[in-house]
Design a protein around this ligand. Sequence first.
Ligand code: GTP
Ligand code: MG
Ligand code: ZN
Length: 296
Amino acid sequence: MATQTTRGCVIATYGKESLFQADNGEAPYLISANRKAGKAVCGDLVEVDCERRIARIDVRDSEYIRPDFRHRPKVIAANIDTLIWLTSHSPPNDELIAARALIVARLQNLSLVIIQSKTDSMPSEAPAHLSSTQSFAKNCDIPWFPISTLNGEGLSLLLQSIQGKNALIVGQSGVGKSTLVAKLTGDQQIKTQSVSDATGHGRHTTTTAQQYIAKPHQLTLIDAPGMRDIGLWQMPEQTLLAALPEITNVAQNCRFHNCRHDQEPDCAVKAALENGEIPELLYRAYQDAVAKELLS
Ligand SMILES: Nc1nc2c(ncn2[C@@H]2O[C@H](COP(=O)(O)OP(=O)(O)OP(=O)(O)O)[C@@H](O)[C@H]2O)c(=O)[nH]1
Ligand SMILES: [Mg+2]
Ligand SMILES: [Zn+2]
């Protein structure tokens, strides 16, 4: 006899429990994991049985992966089509992350959007990491938006670009991810907290990825906990290189077929880097992965 199941979406996970939004519009409720069905993540489309246990997880259209502390890939969200990397002057971040964000988006077939938040309180001279992130975005055709949730600057342009998308917002703690999600979805329950005056760091207010919906814009946003970096995980070198056509297209002209594009003579990649054909941040992100021994 077929058992009755309810379809819907996992909108957050807490250990063995998940918050579930049924398609029938009922208020979200907690469901429990089921080893047989596998491990659900935020964004998973699932069927839930009458005991509120996950009966089945749909095959995912996409996964957002992060490295765990041993650089192994870990899925933290599913079924997104857009990755939004939020940066700000407070707290600041490493410019190389923009390049890693592009690589991760390409590896997972996601569109990338970069946002510079808190324009209302920008210092008169933009910090170097923000200017280089902006020029990197321009060079690589990545949509880039300066915004302020305080005075509304840039929000309508941003919305035009992301409406209808299923997006995941990532960035360092305190850059304003939850404030932006609250603003775009009108959800006033989302917790936010000021950046510490003493350390200049965010306070890791959001502790688990959670999905929110901006209905009028048919936009789904997953607000993630603060992360200092968009890290690359351990992967075969060919996998990484497949996401770096700027490098592979010229690497065939290097003198040595196993050139590491570092100190080798007649390296076409170094030549292309010097004449500006390869964005410097992409090259540095590649060399950084080599130095961290992430490539097998
Ligand atoms: N001036 C200004 N402050 C902002 C803006 N957006 C967010 N903030 C402030 O930045 C602080 C951090 O915001 P959150 O939204 O909690 O940051 P978060 O990125 O979600 O942080 P975590 O959850 O810890 O990862 C809060 O005090 C917000 O009010 C903005 O556009 N302008
Ligand atoms: Mg937050
Ligand atoms: Zn080379």
